[in-house]
Structure formats: C-alpha cells, structure tokens
Design a protein around this ligand. Structure first.
Ligand SMILES: Cc1ncc(COP(=O)(O)O)c(C=O)c1O
Length: 321
C-alpha cells in the first residue's frame, strides 16, 4: 500500500510530502501519546466529498480533551477546513484521511504538562481495508485471546494511538492463525468490537450491537444505526455474548476503513449460510449510496472538497513571471 501524496498539512500549512517530518524524540512515538482520526473522502456526482467531516473533527477534539493533551490552537471547524484543503491540494477523487495530534514539544516525562500539541493531516488512496473480496464474500474471524480495554484502564472513547497496541496484538494473532480479523471481548467477557471496527449481529430480523459505553463511538456505527432505523429494522444496543454471535443469522462489522463487511465464519463456525446475508447486503448497499451522494436524505453527511481554496507551498507554486 502506497501512503503517498503530494502534500501533507502540518501545523497550519501544506508542506511537500517528504518534508512532513517529526523528530525521533517526540514522546508520541515512545509512549503512544497521540490521538488520531480515520476519515474517508468519496467521489460523488458533485465532486469529492468527505463523509461526516463534522463528527470526525469533533471526535478528534474530544480525544484530545479525554487524554488531557494540550488543546490545539484550532476549532473543530478549522480542523475540518484543513482536512478539505489537504484533500483538494492532493487532487484525489477518493482517499483515506489521517489527522494525527502529536506532541510537538515537551520532554520525555509521562505527562502532558508543559507540552505542546501539533497536528498533521495526511491523505492517501486506500481501497477496502479488508481486501476487495471482503465486501462480496465476507471474512473469517476469531475471538481474540487478548481482552479489549477496560474503560478505566484506557479511554475507549478516545482514538488514542496507544490504544491500538491492543488492536495490533489481536490482529497479528488472528492473521497468524489464518483468520482475517479479531473479535475482542471486554473484561466482563461480552463482545466489544473488532480491532478497528464495530460489530453488529442480526437474528430473526432484528439488528443488535453492543452498547457504546465500552467501545469507540464509531461514526459508521452511528450512520448504520440511523439508516437501519430509517429502513424500519428494530435495532437494539445491548450486551452481546460470544455464543450469540455463533447462532446469529448474520454478523457484520463496520468502520471507516473497512466500511460494511459480513463475517462468514467465527471460530470455525459458519454464520448463517456462510454468505453475506440479506440485511447486511441491504445496509451495505444503502451505505454505499449514502457515501457516494446517491441518497439525498443523508446529503448533510457530506462535505464537498470544492468549497475550500488551497494555498500550496511557495516552492511548488508557479512564479508570477
Ligand atoms: C477500535 C475501533 N472501533 C470502531 C471503529 C469504527 O469507527 P468509525 O466508524 O468511526 O471509523 C474504529 C475505527 O475508527 C476503531 O478503531
């Protein structure tokens, strides 16, 4: 996967890709003291549009607040504008967007006092994160031997860089065992989420997902809850045990990177008939229509890239004669 682009936005300006560097001694790299977002921009009939930009920018600010990191010198709205500028400058019709708040100044102490936050925003072309066949056929998952965070050990509502060590442990284990993704249980043993996705099950026509209290408040999760309710499905947010997954008619996962993907098998047990089920398919299709601007009902979830103007770095702009 090439993470390349022409420009990366760093602390108020677009810089050339090669110049977007942070020093080795940033405590973010040593201790995972940073927060980030994962966002997507899609091609629509009205040009490239970022899906749920406002909610993502707000979640980034919330993540900063939760960790008690030094506040950024920008509002959520300004962060949103910088995201649109970064996409526009790179001229991608569709891309993944990665803002990261890191420690730009400060020592190696295990605290944020006297530190300064920096913000970088990168974009790159990234197709479906779980692979091109995943949407069609679904993927195979296992229950991870690693427990998901306890809510008083890590802050699960913050998209904190350090939280993802736990995800990487589980995902590596799953891939080495021959699965595609890991399902993680919370410290009480209930189903929490996957390593980078929220999880849903369908049984007897009803849609279930774990309560948001212990997991990341996924923006795709929220979008699907809204769309599913608008479709008339009964949707329940309630604790889910692993055996409820085994006997579900359908299980699917969702997230910005993965979009909506069925789980065809969990712990060697076939889910339903082992194919992407009808409810999952209908939500998958609805989601694709929403993100690509084909459903006017959810038009307010799209922010068009063309609404911003960009200022490219001096060295790259064409001299005036
Ligand atoms: C742990 C975890 N859960 C759920 C999600 C899904 O969240 P979203 O739909 O906002 O991308 C993600 C991805 O950001 C994640 O990392």
């Amino acid at each position: 996967m090439a993470l390349e682009s022409k420009y990366i936005w760093m602390n108020g300006e677009l810089v050339e890709f090669e110049k977007a560097n942070v020093h080795f001694l940033t405590a973010t790299m040593h201790y995972g003291l940073g927060v980030f977002e994962g966002i997507r921009c899609y091609d629509t009939p009205n040009g490239p549009a970022v899906f749920r930009l406002k909610e993502h920018a707000q979640r980034l600010m919330d993540s900063v607040r939760i960790l008690d990191m030094p506040e950024l010198p920008y509002t959520a709205e300004q962060v949103g504008e910088a995201i649109l500028q970064t996409v526009k400058a790179n001229e991608f019709a569709e891309c993944y967007i990665r803002p990261l708040v890191y420690l730009a100044e400060g020592g190696m102490g295990l605290h944020f006092i006297g530190a300064k936050s920096g913000l970088g925003i990168a974009v790159w072309e990234w197709g479906n994160f779980l692979g091109p066949e995943a949407m069609e056929k679904g993927i195979r998952a296992n229950i991870a031997s690693f427990t998901r965070h306890h809510i008083n050990v890590m802050m699960t509502k913050s998209k904190a860089a350090g939280n993802y060590v736990n995800s990487a442990l589980a995902k590596t284990e799953s891939l080495k065992l021959g699965f595609d993704e890991a399902i993680m249980l919370d410290p009480q043993g209930y189903v929490a989420e996957c390593t980078g996705e929220n999880i849903f099950l369908v049984r007897n026509g009803k849609v279930y997902t774990p309560p948001v209290a212990t997991v990341l408040g996924g923006i795709t999760r929220d979008a699907l809850l809204t769309v599913a309710r608008d479709f008339g499905y009964e949707v329940l947010e309630q604790p889910i045990s692993r055996d409820m997954l085994y006997i579900a008619d359908e299980v699917f996962v969702c997230g910005t990177a993965a979009e909506v993907v069925a789980l065809s098998e969990i712990d060697f047990r076939t889910i339903g008939d082992g194919k992407t089920g009808s409810v999952t398919r209908s939500l998958q299709k609805a989601f694709q229509d929403v993100i690509r601007g084909k459903d006017p009902k959810y038009e307010n979830w799209l922010s068009y890239v063309d609404q911003v103007s960009v200022k490219l770095p001096q060295s790259m702009s064409v001299p005036a004669d």
